[in-house]
Design a protein around this ligand. Structure first.
Ligand code: IPE
Ligand code: IPE
Ligand code: MG
Length: 269
């Protein structure tokens, strides 16, 4: 069945759900977690996989429909070669180990990013996992690997131009949205960054336009369901105005008011 395109938060006011539909996380602080324990940095990456498991479970339990995790940025190649190679091995081992369980849990699995620099065996495993879980609809789990927000926008522009070779102007946000690597999901409602830094680090630059941003000092290996609850509670305390005033929001909450302009936002399962 064809899926409807998702609302662009800058073109239409999206429906706001109590539980964020899409949570996007920069999983930061693994190295510092390990160093605090006098362990090698990579021990923190290993431990971080436990947090990934806990957060997936918690998202399913809470009814979050999309979870996007930043696992490796296009800038992370600048790290020492042995750390990069450890991360690649860890990704491969974890995927191999978890693939059946992910599938049994009804998870739709996707990887976004420029995979051309990855070992063919890893790319192969990713593609097979994606194909296996393509029709699942419980939680869409996206791993951003060798991902960069600028890369994403550039590749989308290129694809958009290739699709419409005759057109010189008049492109819309929807035209670009359709070519972005996350074109199968809504924009993140809630962005979380662990590890204390307050920056986006070239994550989903286009898609975070109207996301609620949440920064915590908790290091990723310490991040668990309780920590996610705190982030969601913070999200729930925000007023998502999308350019409007508080008064307008209160007005639109009244029972006699017209329903929100967009009612197809939840129609994606
Ligand atoms: C995040 O943890 C994991 C990746 C970037 C792969 P870091 O490795 O960046 O941990 P810190 O920031 O050095 O503590
Ligand atoms: C961002 O973390 C990327 C991932 C979590 C995968 P970094 O730790 O690499 O970010 P910067 O470079 O400190 O901003
Ligand atoms: Mg870091």
């Amino acid at each position: 069945m064809a899926r409807k395109p998702f609302t662009s938060s800058t073109r239409e006011i999206p429906e706001v759900a109590g539980v964020p539909r899409h949570v996007a996380i920069i999983m930061d602080g693994n190295g510092r977690w390990a160093r605090k324990r006098f362990m090698p940095r990579v021990a923190g990456h290993g431990r971080g996989v436990e947090s990934v498991r806990a957060v997936i479970r918690a998202c399913i339990a809470k009814g979050v429909s999309h979870l996007t995790l930043f696992a490796f940025s296009s800038e992370n190649w600048r790290r020492p070669a042995d750390e990069v190679s450890f991360l690649m091995q860890l990704f491969m081992r974890s995927l191999q180990k978890e693939i059946d369980r992910l599938h049994e849990n009804g998870i739709r699995f996707r990887v976004i990013g420029d995979l051309s620099r990855f070992e063919p065996a890893l790319v192969d495993m990713i593609r097979r996992a994606e194909a296996l879980m393509a029709d699942n609809d419980r939680l869409t789990l996206t791993i951003a690997a060798n991902y960069g927000g600028r890369w994403d926008i550039l590749q989308a522009v290129e694809r958009m131009l290739t699709k419409h070779p005759e057109r010189r102007s008049g492109f819309t946000e929807e035209d670009l949205n359709a070519e972005l690597s996350l074109n199968y999901g809504p924009e993140p409602d809630l962005f979380i960054r662990t590890g204390g830094e307050q920056r986006i680090s070239n994550f989903l630059l286009w898609q975070l336009a109207y996301s609620e941003l949440y920064f915590t000092d908790t290091l990723w290996p310490d991040f668990d369901e309780k920590a996610l609850d705190l982030a969601i509670a913070s999200y729930q305390s925000r007023e998502r105005r999308f350019g409007r005033t508080s008064e307008q929001l209160r007005e639109s909450d009244k029972p006699s008011a017209q329903p929100a302009a967009n009612s197809d936002a939840a129609d994606h399962a």
